[in-house]
Design a protein around this ligand. Sequence first.
Ligand code: ATP
Ligand code: MG
Length: 447
Amino acid sequence: MTEQQTQPEIPQSVIIPRSEHSISRAGISDNALKVLYRLKNAGYQAYLVGGGVRDLSLGREPKDFDVATDARPEDVKALFRNCRLIGRRFRLAHVHFGREIIEVATFRALHDGETSDNGDVHIEDGRVLRDNVYGTVEEDALRRDFTINSLYYNIADFSIVDFADGMADLRAGVLRLIGDPEARLREDAVRMLRAVRFAAKLGFRIHPETGDRIPEMASLLELIPQARLFDEVLKLFMSGHGVGSFELLRRYGLFRYLFPETDAVLETDGHDTWIRFISWALENTDNRVSEGKPVTPAFLFAALLWPAVRVRSGRYADERGLTPVQALQEAVSDVVDAQLSHVALPKRFSIPMREIFLLQPRLERHGGRRARRLLGHPRFRAAYDFLLLRARVEDAEQAVADTWTRLQESAESDDAGGRAPAATEGAARRPRGRRRRRSGGAPGQES
Ligand code: ATP
Ligand code: MG
């Protein structure tokens, strides 16, 4: 099914010369510059785009650098030995420099459903399913999501081309979708999550014309593949602005499409405890990110699902006469099964997450020789950190948590031949047995 799509009006593009903006080549990675220059010297247009230009203009360090060009993917590949073409929805060139990847995208156009006789663009219920029609730089700019993400730094003369009045919004701290907000959200509902993520990260406000549409369109997230939502959830909660993202997700009615069962608990009586619980967990994660420490999705998802697990296991214990441990096991299975139909969680994270849950009663029944053995469990540290978090909202006894703190300290000073015990806070410490390797070599972080 195809339907007519609202084309944004083409605004006048504005060229901001080098003397009137703050982006200097010193802020751009050498590898990104190499790519830009090689494209330009081969006769192509080459621009730095997206988050790189936005973050540099705000005096922030970009996460990565994206390049847009009129060179076709095959042309890009021919220019760079270290280039791979990737992508199913649209083809992109990845130029590899060790661990840094510069993404090079050919200008694309967003076309009318009506003009897609060639089958390149397919629009269903207003959603863009394939959009690999090449276009001009203007078209490329106007198919982007927010005005502030639509600034192009031109390597030919170091100017910034502003196609959608993005510079004014950048200065005013405003996130605004390009074109008709409703149509743009219908094309791709993930833009609602991106709005929240950028608002939390940059401290921007979402323009009301964009923001007012979000609660009424939030249910469109149900159409988004679970794996894509998993990626977005990680970006929302593991990029150092999780607390702000969580608040905004709830305010705009988005959280319930990501974690419906947890959201239902948060919306009922006595929800304060669980809001605080999740906020503490996210604050902990934000702090670790800002200190450059590793964080793991297993712990994050454990925290986001625990309120649901807790309420369900209480109900199972009452209604089915199960022991607390049996009730917990069944609640964990059912909550995880239900959750996976909304947001994917790869096994390498769901397995340790279940362990964190199921270790809770074992930690609470601590004592004697068994306690020592638990200290060596690969998930002990995460489960212990989780117990500390629970104790903070009185979901577990502080005295029990303290016992484990002391046990570890004495075990660690035994191990280390009397060295001072390590600090014990933190969300996702690496397992004790591996810690010594750190001094010797690769940090082996999870992301
Ligand atoms: P960051 O990398 O810091 O998360 P970013 O703005 O670079 O932020 P990316 O996901 O790397 O975000 O995307 C790069 C650019 O591609 C964006 O700035 C935007 O112009 C465009 N873009 C990304 N996702 C979408 C989308 N869903 N709809 C429209 N444009 C998008
Ligand atoms: Mg980016």
